[in-house]
Ligand binder design. Structure first.
Ligand code: ADP
Length: 311
């Protein structure tokens, strides 16, 4: 379903006006000059619209797009099928580009700079091994990442256009829900949409997921419409409170709350206390709690900041 909700063109996208205005200039210039768009990097949290922007970019340029995931590019061989298929001006998009193996990142450096592929032909009985170079068409390389710091600097430098995708305001998400509720043919009231927008953590993917859940809730309960009360009940069923906290967030906060005021706690202790791995704690749970002022990260560990906010 979420693919159907994905906007296709720049003007269909909600928010990110500054980025879109910048990209419109870059696109127009590339088209007018008959040149290929410079390599482009989108960075920002999951679900904020990096893939959506890359696809819209391809539509605006009217070029084909190939999509790969960084996690699946572990050797040079894995990128070759994509590189053999690039056309002049087309987009090769790598999502989660920070997960591309570092050696592959280095290999891609020459490729995206000189549009040349160096292919190693291993030695055999009859011939010595050699490296052959082939020129490939000039293409536009687009990367998306949530962890820009994990990219090697020379690789990062190759992206002339870098855009930080920021979180959406509650009003922008309300507008998104309004448009998507119509696309999904769901009768949902204005105040119900406001409730959903508020708990969606500034993220379109989360807002869309909640909207689908509300649709299911409405259908399963045979409701005519969805108002604030029903929306709140549906979200509560998923453990989401009015501040957008989920059961794991609350478990995390409750744990800190039990400690004497101002106690700093290390991540390993949290992993054991919550039975969660470090990555989940650091990348999935803490960013929102920090942004919302619930916790702070100090050199000694995590500290509960807003005791009164924990319900
Ligand atoms: P990311 O690649 O950053 O993880 P996606 O591009 O996959 O995020 O976006 C997740 C979903 O959110 C998409 O399917 C799309 O429907 C929606 N979305 C993202 N950005 C926007 C936007 N600016 N306007 C409208 N919908 C959006």
């Amino acid at each position: 379903m979420s693919n159907k909700l994905r906007p296709e063109r720049f003007d269909d996208l909600i928010g990110q006006d500054d980025i879109i205005n910048n990209l419109k200039i870059s696109v127009k210039s590339a088209i007018t000059r008959g040149d290929v768009l410079s390599h482009c990097l989108f960075y920002g949290g999951a679900g904020l619209g990096k893939t959506t922007l890359a696809r819209a970019l391809a539509n605006e340029l009217d070029v084909p797009i190939q999509i790969a995931n960084g996690a699946s590019l572990t050797t040079n061989k894995d990128v070759l099928p994509y590189l053999m298929k690039v056309e002049r001006g087309s987009i090769f998009f790598i999502d989660e580009i920070h997960r591309v193996n570092k050696k592959v990142q280095e290999y891609l450096l020459t490729v995206i700079e000189d549009f040349r592929l160096d292919i190693v032909i291993p030695a055999s009985k009859n011939s010595e091994g050699e490296t052959v170079s082939i020129d490939i068409p000039k293409f536009c390389f687009v990367g998306a990442t949530t962890e820009m710091g994990d990219l090697v600097q020379p690789f990062l430098d190759r992206f002339k256009l870098k855009h930080f995708i920021h979180q959406y305001t509650v009003e922008e998400l309300r507008l998104l829900l309004d448009i998507n509720a119509k696309k999904m043919n769901i009768n949902i009231s204005e105040d119900a949409m406001k409730v959903v927008a508020k708990v969606s953590r500034g993220t379109p993917r989360i807002a869309n997921n909640f909207l689908e859940w509300l649709r299911d809730y409405k259908v399963a309960n045979n409701l005519q419409g969805l108002h604030k009360t029903e929306a709140t009940q549906a979200l509560q069923m998923q453990g989401i409170d009015e501040n957008g906290l989920n059961p794991i967030d609350r478990k995390y906060l409750k744990f800190l709350e039990k400690l004497p005021k101002g106690t700093a706690i290390g991540v390993n202790t949290l992993c054991s206390a919550l039975s969660l791995d470090r990555q989940t704690i650091e990348n999935k749970i803490e960013p929102y709690l920090i942004q919302q002022g619930y916790i702070g990260r100090t050199p000694k560990g995590r500290v509960l900041m807003a005791r009164e906010k924990v319900s």
